[in-house]
Design a binder for this molecule. Structure first.
Ligand code: MIG
Length: 886
């Protein structure tokens, strides 16, 4: 149940109460400023408009002189936003101001009465602001007179009726909880119209469809980070993370709205057919275009919104990354398979499970320890009985070239004997309650206080806790999992922290709520980097997240249930998180709560193998479910899925490099790759992994067929496993067995794979490559491979990497350098090249190397699949070479 955002709900679409004072317009170096004023309260607000490089506009609205300063979200935007050249005034007449910006085909029309802004690009109105007149801004006011703190005097007789009413805005009851608002009502809101759009996406995290739904007869989408065990499906209430970024798409343009606010936020969506008012009645019929109105409301802060103008989906991803950063490049091991449960009991258990993978010939990279590994839920400690020799355990894993991840939650047990607690207490590092004492809430350890990660000094201190000398029993193969960081507070209102708790800088919790997890992951990642002397990439998984969390690691979708419907919803959930900038995401394989039937577990492994973060996990009450516990046949199929994941790693790692450097999501909705194909806009049961692979996981029980949409009328598709060319686009009924993972390679692409697998990623460094070349209708294909040491920052600081490009053109398949700056020595070779879609059997195939020598290549050609196989090639992956096919 969402709480009322003060009186904002009373505001209905209509003429705005705000008027712009066009005489107040000033042009500054980097912005245009003007004042607006509400008819009702006469309080003037300052509007600032900035043009940011790359087709982005920023609109800030704040009080000119608030009683106190209002919260502006720090640390989310990357430092030094590039500002673009000036905005200049193109036209100014009564009631209208037109601004243009240098070198861009963009115009801003500002109307004075009512105050509205229209954004025009290349003559087309893309988006308008305050068209429904829903701008509102509760300016800060002095507390009502005779204000009684009813937390002390529950029935206050001295308050008169009017004061009682005012008080209602200054304090709110939520069940048995009382929220006292230090600043009184301070909510804000604004509406936007997206012209020509009926498809909108984004604003995770909800267990909902990919396409955002109309909220006119349903709850609004809520962004408020909460711990919701077994969260319901098709629910718009907030769960663990929030990214206030919405994307809108129509065939010729994608645009985006990034609402930078970390307090509770709700978003209303209303898609309708719209008749532009200026069109004459006679042609009205043809001119009916869809329009989506989006209304944002936040409990506090200021209006600070970025309007991203695209025009392509990839432009949008770049623009958003320009503001919030790109995905951190994960260490290679973290793209392998992770084995988790609540809990692996003790060192012996860890050893047995680890050995189980080898015995069953299943690769895996990381074993995880949940909260029971600690001494009474005191993070950074080990249970003395169950984990007596944590270093020895890690040494064992290290010899197997594997890693350990341990959980570290943000709540700290109230226990003066616990060094972390007593230190933090002494230094004043905990969040305070409204009376100025350390906030205490119940969580796993019992009574707990919560580190105030919004304070940079606390983050630095926290990061230092990961130093090997401070964190006893930790070694360099230990990485971290941050859970419960919404923050989760048992017995708190909605299981979270009171909004009137107080953070660093005297900010109330309500202001920073959605940022809490973001900051913990930031501090943890910094800690891991620091402990390695700045050398190694961290791996940190977080449950709670915000815009920009991609810079610090991975996220997962929390406590799902071992049911088919949760497998199904995981796809749109991950796609939504991915398009909101966080590429490294996954859902608990198998479903966290309950016990999956073997078929569901198998299907979930198959789906997870083709998703960015791949971890099996289970609740403390769930039965054991290591992959070999479900009979030989199921073990074999799960093994196949995990092995397939490992052969795919070169491709996946290259995709992460792209995400890291150019902000392309690893896992993408179909519409991103096929922006003009209307039939893809709502597809959420299949997706693209990079631009080359289309994945349609089987998510129905006892499925014997799946309906796969192969989009694009001039595309060619190939079955990724049987190499068969599928000569039709549209929806295909594909037969499946329990072994099938329907994956299709797009003609025109080259996918790099490993020819076989090892026991973990680190065992695979020298394993040779296979290049899977799929020709398009013009007999062309292109792809790439990124390669580095897999764990350090040398790729960045010393440019130690290889970025290769593979091209098939005019019957020549060539390997060339995609980035001359990168250098990395490897003995690894390309051993095999499969070329799909070769029309006729070649008479000869030769390789020419850099030194000018030519060599005959042994080849086989299969006319039935039109596949050409070249084997035993031994071509260095870092060298230039050409293969000529005649
Ligand atoms: O409320 O640490 O989502 O993955 O195993 C349970 C125990 C607390 C919730 C996490 C889950 C984890 C569990 N945690």
């Amino acid at each position: 149940a969402s709480r009322e955002l003060s009186d904002s709900k009373l505001l209905l679409p209509g003429k705005s109460l705000y008027q712009a004072l066009l005489d107040s317009v000033t042009l500054c170096n980097d912005s245009v400023k003007l004042q607006i004023v509400s008819e009702k309260n006469k309080v003037p607000l300052l509007v600032e408009i900035y043009a940011i490089d790359g087709n982005i506009f920023r609109l800030k609205i704040n009080e000119i002189s608030p009683l106190k300063s209002r919260y502006e979200v720090p640390d989310v935007l990357i430092k030094n936003l590039p500002l673009r050249g000036k905005l200049s005034i193109a036209q100014k007449e009564t009631g209208i101001l037109v601004l243009t910006c240098a070198n861009e085909d963009c115009k801003l029309h500002i109307t004075a009465n009512p105050f509205q802004i229209e954004l025009e690009s290349k003559g087309e109105t893309v988006l308008s602001v305050n068209t429904n007149g829903l701008l509102y801004f509760e300016h800060l006011q002095p507390p009502p007179q005779n204000r009684c703190d009813i937390s002390y005097i529950p029935q206050c007789s001295v308050c008169d009726a009017e004061n009682q009413e005012d008080l209602g805005l200054w304090q709110e009851e939520f069940g048995s909880f009382l929220d006292i608002k230090a600043n009184g009502p301070s909510s804000i809101g604004l509406d936007f119209s997206l012209h020509g759009c009926e498809h909108v996406y984004g604003i995770p995290e909800h267990a909902e469809t990919l396409l955002l739904k109309n909220t006119s007869d349903d709850d609004a989408y809520r962004l408020f980070n909460l711990d919701v065990y077994g969260h319901k499906i098709h629910d718009k209430m907030g769960i663990y993370g929030s990214v206030p970024f919405l994307l809108a798409h129509k065939p010729n343009r994608t645009s985006g709205i990034f609402w930078l606010n970390s307090s509770e936020t709700v978003v209303e969506i209303n898609t309708k057919a719209h008749v532009p008012s200026r069109s004459p009645p006679a042609i009205t019929k043809q001119r009916v275009v869809p329009q989506t109105d989006v209304r944002w409301m936040s409990e506090s802060g200021i209006i600070d919104v970025f309007l991203l103008m695209g025009p392509t989906p990839f432009d949008i991803f770049k623009q958003y990354a320009q503001l919030t950063g790109t995905q951190a490049l994960p260490p290679l091991f973290s793209l392998g398979y992770h084995q988790c449960r609540w809990n692996y009991e003790d060192e012996q258990d860890v050893k047995t499970v680890d050995t189980g993978f080898d015995e069953h010939d299943i690769p895996y990279d990381v074993i995880w320890l949940d909260i029971e590994h600690t001494e009474g839920k005191r993070y950074f400690t080990w249970d003395k009985k169950k984990f007596q020799h944590p270093e020895r355990m890690q040494e064992l894993l290290k010899r197997k070239k594997r890693k350990l991840v341990v959980i570290i939650d943000p709540h700290i047990k109230v226990d003066p004997m616990y060094a972390l607690y007593s230190q933090a207490k002494k230094k004043g590092y905990f969040v305070k309650n409204r009376k100025g004492q350390d906030f205490e809430g119940i969580c796993w350890p019992g009574s707990s206080s919560y580190l105030d990660f919004t304070n940079p000094e606390v983050r630095e201190w926290y990061a230092d806790q990961f130093a090997f000398k401070s964190y006893k029993g930790s070694t360099d193969i230990l990485f971290v999992w941050n859970d419960m960081n919404e923050p989760s507070v048992f017995k708190g209102a909605e299981l979270t922290m009171q909004r009137d708790a107080v953070h660093h800088g005297n900010w109330e919790h309500r202001e920073v709520h959605n940022l809490y997890g973001f900051y913990q992951q930031m501090a943890t990642a910094e800690g891991l980097i620091k402990r390695s002397g700045g050398q190694k990439r961290p791996f940190v998984l977080t449950r709670s997240f915000f815009a920009g969390s991609q810079k610090y690691g991975a996220v997962w979708t929390g406590d799902n249930i071992a049911e088919w419907s949760y497998l199904k919803i995981s796809i749109p959930m991950l796609l939504t998180i991915s398009t909101a900038g966080i590429s490294f995401c996954g859902a608990d394989v198998g479903g966290f709560i309950g016990d999956p039937e073997p078929e569901l577990l198998v299907r979930w492994y198959q789906a997870g193998a083709y998703q960015p973060f791949f971890r099996g996990h289970a609740n403390i009450e769930s039965k054991r479910r290591e992959p070999w516990l479900f009979g030989d046949e199921n073990t074999r199929i799960i093994r196949e899925a995990i092995r397939e994941r490992y052969t795919l790693l070169p491709y996946l790692y290259s995709l992460f490099y792209r995400a890291h450097t150019t902000a392309e999501p690893v896992m993408r909705p179909l519409w991103v790759e096929f922006p003009k194909e209307q039939e893809t806009f709502g597809v959420e049961d299949e997706y693209m992994l990079g631009n080359a692979l289309l994945v349609h996981p089987v998510i129905e029980q006892k499925a014997t067929t799946v309906n796969v949409l192969l989009p694009g009328s001039d595309e060619v598709w190939y079955d990724f496993r049987r190499f068969r060319r599928l000569d039709y686009s549209g929806t295909l009924k594909i037969p499946v067995t329990l072994e099938s993972i329907p994956v299709f390679q797009r003609g025109g692409s080259v996918v790099p794979l490993k020819t076989t697998v090892g026991r973990s990623t680190e065992w695979m460094t020298d394993i040779s490559y296979e290049l899977r070349v799929a020709l398009d209708s013009k007999d062309f294909a292109v792809g790439e491979l990124y390669l580095d040491d897999g764990h350090s920052f040398q790729y960045l600081h010393k440019k130690q990497f290889l970025h290769r490009k593979f091209t098939f053109h005019k019957n020549i398949f060539s390997s060339s350098c995609a980035d001359e700056i990168g250098q990395y020595h490897t003995k690894c070779v390309v051993e095999r090249v499969l070329i799909l879609g070769v029309q006729k059997q070649p008479t000869s195939v030769t390789v020419s190397l850099q030194d000018g020598k030519d060599k005959e290549v042994v080849f086989t050609y299969d006319a039935k699949t039109s596949m050409l196989t070249l084997e035993k090639l031994l071509l260095n992956v870092g060298a230039d070479w050409e293969i000529h096919i005649k």
